[in-house]
Design a binder for this molecule. Structure first.
Ligand code: ZN
Ligand code: ZN
Length: 234
């Protein structure tokens, strides 16, 4: 770290007058009507200039997309966080190869230090978990403790939940999925009650919103109420 000499501010008022981010009360100096270039004190960070488009951004959109089609899931995620342009352009979940997403999310949950469980003092932080539908690594509160290990699909690949399985249906094993994906894909049905891996109690209303017990026992949109009210007082 480079240390720069502290400048005296009491007499040389100009050196601080143009820093609009600092409250003026601290320095009791009036703000000038217009800021003058060159009067910024040397220890303040330089104002950010408009970023020059990168080499990749200067290519035609077709070429950019062609290059992105060659990137793996991890690189797409990284590039999508570089700036607004790439954030708008790149949807890693849609653009990456499914097998690549599968491998990456499994590796990330296991190997990335920020997703591992941690033991700080008496606080035990359970690790994050991977969802094999949205291919994200998410906190334990996004996952149901009693997630179904299998699902029954009809001949068209739709989840069978409103009737007994029939002769044309087949049972498939399910990998781990987050509660939101479970609701979207019909793996959690309306009026299901769930307990997250972080210990929160949830229920799914008629219009498929995920609501928290006991804070919200009635959906304000569809009017449905939580199916199993606990006997004990919360
Ligand atoms: Zn998910
Ligand atoms: Zn509802």
């Amino acid at each position: 770290m480079m240390l720069l000499p502290r400048q005296h501010t009491g007499l040389v008022g100009d050196s601080l007058r143009h820093d609009s981010t600092r409250p003026h009360g601290i320095y009791s100096l009036p703000s000038p009507p217009m800021s003058r270039p060159g009067s910024r004190p040397c220890w303040l960070p330089k104002p950010r200039l408009p970023a020059m488009p990168s080499l990749l951004e200067r290519l035609s959109p077709e070429l950019q997309l062609l290059i992105m089609s060659e990137l793996d899931y991890q690189s797409l995620i990284f590039l999508s966080t570089v700036n607004r342009h790439f954030h708008r352009l790149i949807d890693p979940g849609r653009m990456a190869d499914p097998e690549d997403k599968f491998q990456f999310v499994m590796r990330a949950a296991k190997d990335f230090p920020q997703h591992r469980p941690s033991e700080k003092g008496r606080d035990h932080q359970p690790g994050n978990l991977e969802c094999y539908i949205c291919f994200r690594v998410r906190a334990p509160e996004y996952f149901d403790v009693l997630q179904a290990p299998t699902a029954c699909l009809d001949p068209h690949g739709r989840i069978v939940s409103d009737r007994e399985p029939g002769p044309g249906d087949r049972v498939v094993s399910l990998r781990r999925f987050c509660i939101e994906c479970g609701v979207v894909h019909g793996l959690h049905a309306p009026f299901d009650c769930l307990t997250t891996r972080a210990g929160q109690f949830l229920w799914i209303c008629q219009c498929r919103k995920i609501l928290r017990k006991p804070d919200c026992l009635r959906c304000s949109d569809c009017g449905s109420t939580c199916p199993l009210r606990p006997k004990k007082v919360w």
